[in-house]
Design a protein. Sequence first.
Length: 182
Amino acid sequence: MSYSRYISALFFAGLLLFPIGCSQKPTIPEIFKAQLLKFLEEGTKTNAKAEQGVSYIELREQVASTKAAYDLLKSTWPAFLPTEMQKDFDRGIRAWVLTVHLWNLKVGEKDNPTEPDINGWNNYLTEFEDHLVIRTYDSDSTYVADYRGKRYLPFDENISALLTVAGVSFNSGRTKILERLK
């Protein structure tokens, strides 16, 4: 066998053993799988409770559990998975946290978030303005003179709106990551 044929034979044998552009998916670390499962379980519980009706205390505790699971998931996120896949989860977590904050204001008989930045007004509008119910105080009937003519977020409508955004975002992230990991 000539030297060039020998090299060609080795090359083709190598192709059979190690295909170019190997289509094998990278191995998913077990710790990531465990954290992902825990987070998906907690997020699904949060959504289910929100859909069925939940008390403030139950939601606060469930969101804390979901956020803790997500924080651990992010710390184990493998380098081969694009972090852009986290965007839906990030948005869902922010919406759930803001829901709890808004509900806490309501339960504590605090003022509604009001412009320019009373009780976190800007935190809500930065990302979720298109989904929120925004009202304007009457110019002459508000007890607090500084609020007259200002925009505010009514509690009940926005608690519901934020829970919806959170659920949709979480479900979108769940679908994307499960599809990617198939």
